[in-house]
Design a protein around this ligand. Sequence first.
Ligand SMILES: Cc1ncc(C[n+]2csc(CCOP(=O)(O)OP(=O)(O)O)c2C)c(N)n1
Length: 632
Amino acid sequence: MTKKNLTEYDFPKELKGMTANELDLLTYEIRDFLIDMVSKTGGHLAPNLGVVELTIALHRVFNIPKDKIVWDVGHQAYIHKILTGRASQFHTLRKKDGLSGFPKRDESDADVFDSGHASTSISAAMGLAEARDIRGGKEHVIAVIGDGAMTGGAAFEGINNAGIRQTRLIVVLNDNEMSISHNIGSLSQHLRRLRISKTYQNAKDTVKKNIIKIPAFGDTLYRGLGHTKDLIHYAVISECIFEALGFDYYGPVDGHDLPQLLRVFETSKRFEKPTLIHVVTKKGKGYRNAELNPQKFHGINAFDPETGLEIHASKGASYSKIAGEKLLQLAEADENITAITAAMMDGTGLGGFAKRFPNRFFDVGIAEQHAVTFAAGLALGGRKPFVCIYSSFLQRAYDQLLIDISMQKLPVVFLIDRAGNVGPDGETHHGVFDLSYLSTLPNFLVLAPSDGEELRKMITFAAGYCEGPVAIRYPRGEASPVVAMGGKSAVNDGDAVQETEMRSRVLKRGKDAEIWTVGPMASMGIEASKLLKKENISVKVVDARCVKPFDTVALKNVAKRGVPILTLEDNVRAGGFGSQVQTFFMQNNYKNAVYTLAWPDEFVPQGATPEMMREYGLTAENVAEQIKRLLK
Ligand SMILES: Cc1ncc(C[n+]2csc(CCOP(=O)(O)OP(=O)(O)O)c2C)c(N)n1
């Protein structure tokens, strides 16, 4: 049998007719292809390597797109994309106008639900299943959810509801014992008990024996099916959480044993109840580097497949690293400081803190809402909690921010990572809404550092601030060099706040107009002022530093001088810094021309951040153009 290039297969059609040997060969071809492609484009490698057999089995048994698969988070849907005819587009993965790293309904009718954020699959699948039942349809609906995503409260809400309604629905639990880091929590311990149960071993052996007797697929496969439920049905049911909540539980099933998976999925077609199939897989399966370090290969930039080393390793310290180190340093001196992450320990730079202060470090799992209210409790108990979280995932916890933190003026600090456009992960991951939603929260201070040094100072300030909550938002990646005049930050530690107003800082003097920037957009503002200087236009550049409350004293001075003002931020225009400045000018009847450059009211697609900024006019050239227009 000659090995084909994956792009030469006529998927999904060809999959249905493959022999057992061909399917086996296909698992190797897919893994080779994934390693080759993702080493060039970057992406979620380890989660996909773990679900090769699982995805092949689902596509072989079910009739996609008539039957529906809802992928939780969706970062593990690469093989699903390959098997639905998209292999030839993989060189464009995560690039501008290219294949998305997540399911996208616009991309294929096999993608039934756009995802990116965790723990939504069971609810969405249940909705599809209930809609089917109302319509009198027959199709199967399958949610595929990882053990990490299963720790999210929304997943339990779905199980709770489907369990009582007895919706005909299949949930495939892909248990690799990993979230991004090692999965933790009592659910994960429960899954461990299910995995190592004696019944599992017995069932596995019996199923294996049965399958060995079956020479080929097709009709013969059905012979043993009647027994499958008994063979692999978990007998120690009394303890199984899913059974207790109204699901039928099957498993654990070896997720790399393709014949066994085929058999179980085939059987599951007959079930009339909500059913959970517990599949055990290895994250990174088949690529040694990823098996040894699944955390690093969870999501990776382009790398050398031989060594596993990233090709463009960043040189300078990232904002995350700076934040983690500063927090650790402060925690050495202040035993009240505690740190909380929602399954993003490394991503938020908390690895050092977790090692040094295990008793003051909390990884709560993918549970952003719990993280926020838990922090409220810690603050009420006299601790100084720092919630370290990505901007887009904090969206989940808006109500907790509002009622549990802001309304009660609790001194909780939010270190909000990945703020602004994040590039290749696209729509679901951009942190471009935080300035808007945080600005609606009474009692909050919302700070945006323009460089690494500023971030350190703001964290120091926040650690000593007891009046209420503080949010500090900063972007993905390497911290910008110090941008203030003379290359030095203009303020000292603790000088970041006045009694009632936050102080902005002047980065560059000028008299004809003002550019007010938020966070690292400062460097674009300075760049624009240099371009304008060449045309004899002198522009002042101001780093806003505090978005809420913003520096009304300095803005009143701008109003007095009557010069135009342009605001620049890596956030959506609606409700962001610029829109608040505009409201301030209007409310006070100030007549200055005010213009805002920000992301528009739409979901900005994937693509390298500088590329997307160019496309949306967030460039020094456009800032300069707009200033000239305002001056006319
Ligand atoms: C609401 C939310 N919080 C955090 C994340 C970041 N995140 C992406 S994948 C992942 C781990 C998922 O683990 P699991 O579901 O077990 O899938 P695996 O990668 O192990 O296959 C996390 C925490 C997210 N996507 N959504």
